[in-house]
Every structure is written in C-alpha cells, then in structure tokens.
Design a protein around this ligand. Structure first.
Ligand SMILES: [Mn+2]
Length: 375
C-alpha cells in the first residue's frame, strides 16, 4: 500500500475512523443491471398467490379512489424511476390518483432522465401525502434505500414491494420479487399486463428506459430472452429507441469530459483491483453534480488486468459513495454487503465514512472474505 501514502487521495481523505455507512449509492440500484449470474440460490419469480394478492391490492385501491403512493429508491436510476412512472401511467389510465416520490438532494430528476414521460406525477418527499393507504416501492432492496421516505413505507398499512434484487429483505406487506428479471421494469410490465392496461407509447418508453439501463443495452449477464421479448413489444408500442438511447447513454454536460479525464488520469491497479476517485473539488471544478460521476466506472472497469473496478465518489458531507464492478470472478455484492451496502454479484456499492485509502483496504479485505463466483 505504499503508493497510497503518496497518493493525493490520502491527504484529501474524509473523516477517518468512522464506520462504514449503511446508505447505498444509486450505482447500487444500477447494479441491478449487471448482476445475477445464476447460482444455486437462484429463485424464480413471484408465486401465483403473490401475483393474485398484488393485483387484488392494486385493484382495490383503484376502485376505492384513494391516492396510491409510488416510491423509488434514493437518487433513482432509469430502472427505479422508469418503473414507478410506468406503473403510475398505467394506474392513471385506470382512473387512479397517483403520486411518485423519492429522495434526492437537491431534489430533482437526474438530468439524463428528464425526458421520461409521467413527470407530472412526481412530488418532493415534503409534499408526499401522509395518509396514503397503499404504497408501492420500486427497485428497492431494503427499507433504508428509501431514505427520508422510509418512515412512510414503514407505517403505511399496505406496502407492495416490486423488485429484482437478490438481496431484497422482504420488507412490506406484499412482494413481487423476481431475481431472474434483468430489471424491475420487467416485473412492472407483467403487472401492467395483469391489470389489463394496454401499452401506450409513453408507458412503453418508461418501461424501456428501465430495461436498457439495467441491462446496459442488453449486454449484461442478467439479460434474458424475456428481456429481448419485452423490448420487441415496447418497440411495437411506439418507443423511439434511437432517441431514447441517445438521451440515456450519449448525452452529458460538457463538464463530464474534463471530470472523466481527471478520474482516468488517476487510475491505479492494486492487485487485481483497478480504482480511481473523484472529490467534491473535482465536481466543482467541472461544474457538474455527483450524478455525472456515476458512469465513470463504466470506463474504469474495462481494464483487462483487473478483476474488480472501484470508483470512490466524494459526497458533500465528505463521505465516499463507492461503486464496484466485477468482471465475473468476484462477488462484489457479497463484499459490499459486508460493508453495509449491497447490490448484485457483478455490480454493487456501499457508503464509507473512512478515508479513501482505508475504504479501499476494507473493501479488499471484504473481497478476500467472500467466496469466488463460478460460472
Ligand atoms: Mn434495477
């Protein structure tokens, strides 16, 4: 670790000695995207009873005319927000009253998702009504991933959890969990079908965004024949895929480019871990928000000498949001789980209040404690 001592990172480290935080990054949710190589633990989707209960719950709320609250995880990605907005549009077409919310500081939809249809349903957490009888959560593996909205889901009488994370804790009163689904939107699409709602172009676009986000444009291992079949249906429903993909993948503020250059200029290989970092000062110099640092790891993880890629992103409070990716042999989901985070086997994250060097050491130690993946 000698190189760490000379790394500027060591000098600019955050508060030392504090324990790993429990909050996760939006990368973790994005993680949904990559993970889920089949293992012995692989389960199938929801049981017929779970589907029946979920459909009945939603139908009752629609019939009662009560407001239905739809919650995405903190700093929502395309899958979380696309899922919530897609079901919201479906429920509105059935005459339901719907509000969509999530935590983000400052509050707002990430820049590259602002084209998503259905944004009229979105309210800030402060505006979320406190007497909603039914809440539905999307792409959220545990209650704490709802951030400031966690108490809402903890106290609402009926909470339907729709997810595809293997690490889902089973919170809520009803569960639609399919760990074989590449994205939560695949589960939502099935629910939309069961509710008898036809796919409008808008609804299909919201579903498509989650599907392409979490499959990395159908590249990641969780991509299934069903993912492609759903994509075909969505395109037939009118999704303008070239336009959508240009906005999702290939549209960044100019400041992203110097930020990427800074991060890539610092890349180091430690054993089989390739890693880099961006500080609050870097973000400020580039004139972009933390969300723009999310995709840096997609470049870092290409290093063929590595098994694992790590990008540390400093939040304004000095903590590090840590994104990790595996090239297939290391279960980074398990390793991040040991550090209070989570995600999927090939893509996961955690939050650390240690300095960056200590954070990386702890991550490597956690990797050493996890069983290697076999394919
Ligand atoms: Mn997901």
């Amino acid at each position: 670790m000698t190189f760490l001592a000379t790394d500027p990172l060591a000098a600019s480290a955050g508060p030392a000695g504090a324990a790993m935080g429990t909050a996760s990054t939006s990368q973790e949710a994005r993680a949904g995207s990559q993970g889920q190589k089949a293992t012995a633990a692989a389960a199938s989707g929801p049981s017929p009873e779970q589907w029946d209960a979920a459909v009945a719950l939603v139908e009752q709320a629609v019939a009662a005319g009560t407001t239905i609250g739809l919650l995405a995880h903190v700093n929502p990605d395309g899958d979380a927000l696309g899922s919530a907005l897609a079901l919201g549009l479906a429920l509105q077409s059935r005459g339901a009253r719907v509000v969509v919310s999530f935590e983000a500081v400052p509050f707002g939809v990430p820049a590259n998702l602002r084209f998503l249809p259905g944004q009229h349903m979105i309210v800030a957490p402060e505006q979320f009504p406190d007497d909603v009888p039914l809440v539905i959560t999307f792409d959220t593996g545990s209650l704490d991933r709802l951030g400031v909205l966690a108490p809402v889901a903890a106290t609402t009488p009926a909470v339907l959890v729709i997810d595809h994370h293997r690490s889902n804790t089973g919170f809520g009163t009803d569960l639609l969990l399919d760990v074989t689904a590449a994205s939560t939107t695949e589960v939502v699409a099935a629910l939309v079908d069961k509710l008898g709602v036809p796919l409008s172009e808008e609804l299909a676009t919201a579903l498509y965004v989650g599907l392409v986000t979490d499959t990395g444009s159908f590249r990641y291992s969780a991509t299934s024949p069903e993912s492609h079949e759903l994509a075909a249906r969505l395109l037939r429903a009118g999704v303008r895929h070239a336009e959508v993909n240009l906005l999702v993948w290939d549209t960044r503020p100019l400041g992203y480019l110097p930020l990427l250059a800074t991060a890539l200029g610092r890349v180091k290989l430690w054993g089989d871990v390739v890693w880099t970092w961006v500080s609050v000062d870097d973000l400020e110099a580039a004139g972009v928000g933390l969300e723009e640092a999310e995709s840096i790891i997609d470049v870092v993880r290409t290093a063929e000498q590595s098994q694992v890629a790590v990008v540390l992103k400093q939040d304004v409070d000095g903590s590090w949001r840590v994104s990790t990716r595996s090239r297939g042999k290391v279960d980074v989901g398990a390793a991040c789980g040991l550090l209070g985070g989570g995600g999927h086997q090939l893509a996961a994250g955690f939050t650390s209040r240690d300095d960056a060097a200590t954070t990386l050491e702890k991550f490597r130690a956690a990797v050493a404690r996890t069983a290697p993946l076999t394919s």
